[in-house]
Design a protein around this ligand. Structure first.
Ligand SMILES: *[C@@H]1O[C@H](CO)[C@@H](O)[C@H](O)[C@H]1NC(C)=O
Ligand SMILES: *[C@@H]1O[C@H](CO)[C@@H](O)[C@H](O)[C@H]1NC(C)=O
Ligand SMILES: *[C@@H]1O[C@H](CO)[C@@H](O)[C@H](O)[C@H]1NC(C)=O
Ligand SMILES: *[C@@H]1O[C@H](CO)[C@@H](O)[C@H](O)[C@H]1NC(C)=O
Length: 248
């Protein structure tokens, strides 16, 4: 009788489990501005340590990368690009001892850590428009580009269709290591693109000159209101989630 009832309940428990993990993914880019370069580098190193732990222990943490502005002109800013499978995975991560021990206790004990409060840009993953290749983890210095675009009223829907073509074409490009489209829950005309290339040269000479990229530019630029590009250098953590030894 007992085994009978538990086998009746098993599918229900499985369904509950799936329902609670059915998420939408939670994606964000956090900007940190520290009061010194030494503190920025410590902040990155602490996040990097947690990311290794997350890679080994938290399957719900899909991305946890640290980056700095490219070119060295700004030595106080760091970015964390993070994605969790769902809200539950984010909350579990924030509640982990590893996070409080490595980060929260330290930041509380370091009163002048930040020159201004960190800002969080929450973004919505556009379904089916994201990839990170394993080659990203192996690249010596992936050229990461974050683009914030806004479109004229009603233009985003149309632009997204073109950008989805660029995602598909980019999957075939051996030097395009990551590409993803995100909408902005706070701005219905906003589109964010996070991409990574093996080098600046690959972006300029190959990706940007591909027939698809040229066509997308031709069809979207007239509807676009603004474009802000931030060039980033990876400084820790992972965008590509592999096994614990190959997250990078
Ligand atoms: C990061 O982890 C390494 C290895 O466990 C440790 O030696 C180092 O002190 C940690 N760094 C920070 C800033 O916690
Ligand atoms: C950071 O940048 C500032 C302004 O360019 C410069 O004066 C300072 O020496 C730099 N510090 C480090 C540690 O690189
Ligand atoms: C971003 O999302 C997080 C987690 O879902 C939430 O706690 C936070 O308030 C949001 N921040 C903004 C600026 O919308
Ligand atoms: C990408 O493909 C081109 C042309 O086939 C080749 O020359 C280049 O070495 C490849 N690059 C990588 C990173 O595999």
């Amino acid at each position: 009788m007992r085994s009978h009832s538990s086998s009746l309940l098993a599918p229900f428990a499985l369904w509950l489990c799936q329902a609670s993990a059915a998420g939408p993914p939670v994606f964000s880019i956090t900007t940190f501005t520290t009061s010194s370069t030494a503190l920025r580098d410590q902040l990155i190193s602490r996040h990097d340590n947690i990311s290794r732990w997350s890679c080994a222990n938290e399957p719900g943490v899909a991305k946890y990368a640290l980056a700095i502005p490219r070119g060295g002109g700004n030595n106080l800013t760091a970015y964390a690009i993070a994605e969790y499978d769902d809200d539950a995975a984010l909350n579990k991560h924030l509640a982990a001892d590893e996070v409080s021990k490595t980060l929260l206790d330290w930041s509380k004990a370091t009163p002048n850590l930040f020159a201004k409060d960190p800002t969080v840009q929450n973004l919505t993953v556009v379904d089916g428009t994201n990839f990170v290749k394993p080659e990203f983890a192996k690249a010596a210095d992936p050229y990461i580009v974050v683009e914030a675009q806004t479109y004229l009223q009603g233009g985003l829907h149309h632009a997204l269709e073109h950008w989805e073509e660029e995602v598909d074409a980019s999957r075939q490009e051996n030097g395009t290591l990551a590409f993803g489209l995100y909408t902005d829950p706070a701005n219905k005309n906003g589109l964010w693109i996070v991409a990574a290339y093996e080098s600046e040269e690959y972006l300029t000479n190959t990706h940007a000159k591909s027939p698809t990229a040229l066509e997308v530019e031709e069809h979207t630029s007239g509807m676009r209101k603004s474009l802000q590009r931030t060039l980033l250098q990876k400084s820790g953590g992972f965008l590509y989630r592999g096994s614990p030894s190959s997250c990078g």
